[in-house]
Design a protein around this ligand. Structure first.
Ligand code: GLN
Length: 287
């Protein structure tokens, strides 16, 4: 029978070339907690704890997948975002901590504004992490979300059920919107974390992102990296109510350009914010 200590040694041996030591440690903890169902405190305090053969086999299978660079969230099939659980699979981007910061900014802006909560729209919803965490925290909002991918929408619907919220999901392409109700509705808030990674950025990215996460959710054409921001800003100019709010997650290299773009479309109170790593990461603007 293997012990916790031996499993941890297997993790270091197989993952040290692709992950930093502290990441290897936290992956080992996550897997042990998940498979063996023991607390991280117990794992740390009792390294000689034995692990049953079936559990050991499950851990070995997970480790083999981790060693290919597959993200742990896809292997386990879920992740946490804004204190909620979301199912994830390769049809959706794994929710990121910087997007939690965006959700936080939206919630505090809505709570501190004098405006009625009204109708919200999330464009390119993926796993549904943005609209679901907004609806969970502002139950009076009427929340819709669109995505071009039917598989992503299916996952987002499952996540809405899992978190017991009601969201209106619509399959649509924001570069070529066709849905009648989408085009006739006016919103009090529009948010988007659209694809924003350029080929230049791709060179610097970890292969567990580029080899496993959905390229339609990540990459933009080299010759038009702001294609989604232009389309969404145009859509928002005609579909936001007066004083309505527009929120974007952005590529850190394009903060000024997106501010200019919003200025040129007559948005006001444009504010650029950094994420916890000090990178320009999100923008708020008012119609
Ligand atoms: N922040 C994500 C990443 O760095 C990209 C998200 C996006 O393109 N919208 O992988």
């Amino acid at each position: 029978m293997k012990t916790v200590k031996q499993v941890s040694a297997d993790f270091s041996e197989q993952l040290s070339t692709i992950y930093e030591a502290n990441e290897v440690n936290s992956l080992c903890m996550i897997v042990l907690e998940n498979v063996v169902n023991i607390s991280s405190a117990k794992i740390k305090a009792f390294p000689e704890t034995g692990i049953s053969t079936p559990d050991s086999e499950r851990i070995t299978n997970i480790l083999t997948r981790l060693a290919t660079g597959e993200p742990i969230q896809y292997i386990l099939g879920y992740t946490e975002f804004y204190g909620l659980t979301f199912n994830v699979n390769p049809s959706v981007l794994i929710p990121r901590p910087e997007t939690e910061e965006l959700v936080d900014w939206i919630l505090s802006s809505v709570r501190s504004s004098e405006l009625a909560v009204g109708k919200f729209l999330d464009i390119g919803t993926g796993s549904g992490c943005i609209p679901i965490s907004l609806k969970k925290n502002l139950p009076e909002a009427e929340v819709s979300a669109i995505d071009i991918s039917p598989e992503a929408l299916q996952t987002a619907k499952e996540n809405a059920e899992l978190n017991k919220v009601n969201i209106n999901f619509i399959e649509n392409d924001i570069l070529n919107p066709t849905n009648h109700s989408l085009l006739t509705t006016h919103y009090s808030l529009i948010v988007s974390n659209p694809p924003y990674v350029t080929l230049e950025d791709k060179k610097l990215m970890h292969t567990n992102v580029t080899d496993f996460e959905p390229h339609t959710a990540l990459f933009v054409p080299e010759d038009d990296p702001l294609i989604f921001y232009k389309a969404i800003a145009d859509f928002a100019s005609t579909h936001l109510e007066k004083d309505g709010l527009l929120f974007f997650e952005i590529n850190e290299s394009y903060g000024k350009q997106i501010v200019n773009l919003l200025n040129s479309r007559l948005f006001i109170n444009i504010e650029l914010r950094k994420d916890m790593s000090g990178k320009d990461r999100m923008i708020r603007a008012t119609k």
